[in-house]
Design a binder for this molecule. Structure first.
Ligand SMILES: Nc1ncnc2c1ncn2[C@@H]1O[C@H](COP(=O)(O)OP(=O)(O)OP(=O)(O)O)[C@@H](O)[C@H]1O
Ligand SMILES: C[C@@](O)(CCOP(=O)(O)OP(=O)(O)O)CC(=O)O
Length: 394
C-alpha cells in the first residue's frame, strides 16, 4: 500500500520595506535586478505570514494553495519556477539516499494566512513568497541556507528574497547571466540596531496605478534618468547605507532613505507615460516628516514609499513621541495605535504643523501600523493542515 503519511512543515515570514529600492530588471525571466537593494525586515508581531506546506502520496488533487481561506492559483510561471527548483533539490537528496520518502513526487497542499491586507501595498508578496519557499524547504529537509533559498524566492517576487533574513538585509544584484550570484545577505542582525521603529500610514487608495512588475519594466525601457540611478547613484548609496547601519548613524540612514525613495519616484515620473505612485496624502506625509525634522534640528524621521501611496516612516525608539506622537495628535481616531509591547504612544503636538497638511492626512489615512525591525522566518509547530490533511482555516 502507498505511503499514507501526511508530511507537514510550517513557518512564519516577515514583510520587509526597502530603504534602497529595487526597481528594474535586467532579466525578466530569471527576475534579475538592474541594481542592488537594501531593506529593513519588520517585526512579525505586527505583520506576518504563516504558511504550512504539506505533501502526501494520498493526496489525489494537484498542487494547491489556500490563502486566507481562498484558493489561489499556483499556475503562474514564477510560482512554477520556485516549485520546480525546490522539487529538483529534494529529488537530488532522494537519489543520493534511497531510504528517503519520495516527497518530490507527491502533490503539495499549502495553506497560508496573512495577518494583514493582501495586495494593499504592504509587501504581502514578499512575506508570502518567503514563507512559501521556507515552508517547502523545511518540508523537504533541504540543507539550504537563507541565501540559497533567496535565489529561489527571488524568482517568485524580487523583494521576497530579502524576507528570508531578519534585521538589515541586502539583495546583491549579481553579475552572472544565470542569476546564481543574485541573492540576499544579512547586513546586520536585528539585535545590532534593535531601536529601529516604523510607523506605516496606510493610505485609503484602492488599487495601485501600475503593478511593480509592469511598472519597473516600463521605467527601464523609457526613463532617461534611470541608467544614472541604476549604474551610478544606487551603487554609491548601497555602500553609504551599509556604513550608516554599521555605525548606527540614524541621520545618514534617514537622508539616504529619503533621497532614494525620492530618486525612485522621480524615475517613475520620468517613465513614459508617467507612473504616479505617491498621491496628495503621500506628499502631505513627506511635509509632516520635514516639519518633524526641522523642529528637532536634525533628521529623526525618514519617509519611504514603495509602488503605492502608503508612507513608511522610520525613526528610533527614543524619538517615538516626536515622530509617532505627532501623527497620533491628529490621527488618534483611526485604528492601529494599540501598542502590543512597551508603553502606549503619547500624542504630542510639539511640532508646529500646517493645518492643511494635518487635514490632508486626516482625510487620506485609513489606518496606522506601529512596528519596528524584527527577525527572519521562524519554524513553528502549529500547522494549518491537520494530521489527516485537511486545511485548518480558523
Ligand atoms: N501568503 C501568501 N502566500 C503565497 N502568495 C502570496 C501570499 N500573500 C500574497 N501572495 C501573492 O502576492 C500577491 C500580492 O502581491 P502584490 O504585489 O499585488 O501586492 P503586495 O505585495 O501586497 O503589494 P506591494 O508589492 O505593492 O508591496 C497575491 O496576489 C499573491 O499572489
Ligand atoms: C518598490 C519596490 O517595493 C518594488 C518591489 O517589487 P516586487 O518585488 O514586487 O517586483 P517583482 O520582482 O516583479 O515581483 C521596491 C523594493 O521592495 O525594493
Amino acid at each position: 500500500m502507498a505511503d499514507q503519511t501526511i508530511y507537514r512543515a510550517s513557518t512564519t515570514a516577515p514583510v520587509n520595506i526597502a530603504v534602497i529600492k529595487y526597481w528594474g530588471k535586467r532579466d525578466a525571466k530569471l527576475n534579475l535586478p538592474t541594481n542592488s537593494s537594501l531593506s529593513v525586515t519588520l517585526s512579525q508581531a505586527d505583520l506576518c505570514t504563516t504558511t504550512t506546506a504539506s505533501c502526501s502520496a494520498s493526496y489525489t488533487t494537484a498542487d494547491s494553495l489556500l490563502l486566507n481561506s481562498a484558493p489561489q492559483t499556483l499556475e503562474t510561471p514564477r510560482t512554477q519556477a520556485c516549485l520546480k527548483a525546490l522539487r529538483s533539490q529534494r529529488a537530488a537528496l532522494e537519489e543520493a539516499n534511497s531510504n528517503l520518502p519520495k516527497l518530490s513526487t507527491f502533490p503539495l497542499r499549502i495553506v497560508s494566512v496573512n495577518n494583514f491586507p493582501t495586495a494593499a501595498g504592504l509587501a504581502s508578496s514578499a512575506a508570502g513568497f518567503a514563507a512559501l519557499i521556507r515552508a517547502i524547504a523545511n518540508l523537504y529537509e533541504l540543507p539550504a541556507n537563507p541565501s540559497d533559498l533567496s535565489i529561489i524566492a527571488r524568482q517568485g517576487s524580487g523583494s521576497a528574497c530579502r524576507s528570508l533574513f531578519g534585521g538589515y538585509v541586502a539583495w546583491q544584484a549579481g553579475e552572472k547571466a544565470d542569476g546564481s550570484d543574485s541573492l540576499a545577505v544579512e547586513v546586520a542582525p536585528a539585535s545590532h540596531w534593535p531601536e529601529m521603529r516604523a510607523v506605516i500610514l496606510v493610505a485609503s487608495a484602492l488599487k495601485k496605478d501600475v503593478g511593480s512588475t509592469e511598472g519597473m519594466q516600463l521605467t527601464v525601457k523609457t526613463s532617461t534618468l534611470f541608467p544614472l540611478r541604476a549604474n551610478t547613484i544606487v551603487p554609491q548609496r548601497m555602500e553609504e547605507m551599509k556604513k550608516a547601519i554599521a555605525s548606527k548613524n540614524f541621520e545618514d540612514f534617514a537622508r539616504i532613505t529619503m533621497q532614494d525613495s525620492n530618486g525612485f519616484h522621480a524615475t517613475c515620473l520620468d517613465t513614459y507615460p508617467p507612473t504616479f505612485y505617491m498621491n496628495d496624502t503621500s506628499r502631505a506625509a513627506v511635509r509632516a516628516v520635514e516639519a518633524i525634522n526641522r523642529a528637532a534640528g536634525k533628521d529623526v524621521a525618514a519617509y519611504t514609499f514603495d509602488a503605492g501611496p502608503n508612507a513608511v516612516i522610520y525613526y528610533l525608539a527614543e524619538n517615538e513621541g516626536l515622530v509617532a506622537g505627532l501623527f497620533k495628535s491628529f490621527l488618534s481616531h483611526i485604528d492601529g495605535w494599540q501598542v502590543r509591547r512597551g508603553q502606549a504612544i503619547q500624542a504630542s503636538s510639539a511640532t508646529p504643523l500646517d493645518e492643511s497638511i494635518a487635514s490632508t492626512l486626516k482625510e487620506g489615512i485609513s489606518r496606522v501600523i506601529l512596528t519596528g525591525v524584527g527577525e527572519g522566518p521562524q519554524k513553528i509547530d502549529h500547522h494549518l493542515v491537520s494530521e489527516t490533511g485537511e486545511a485548518i482555516t480558523s
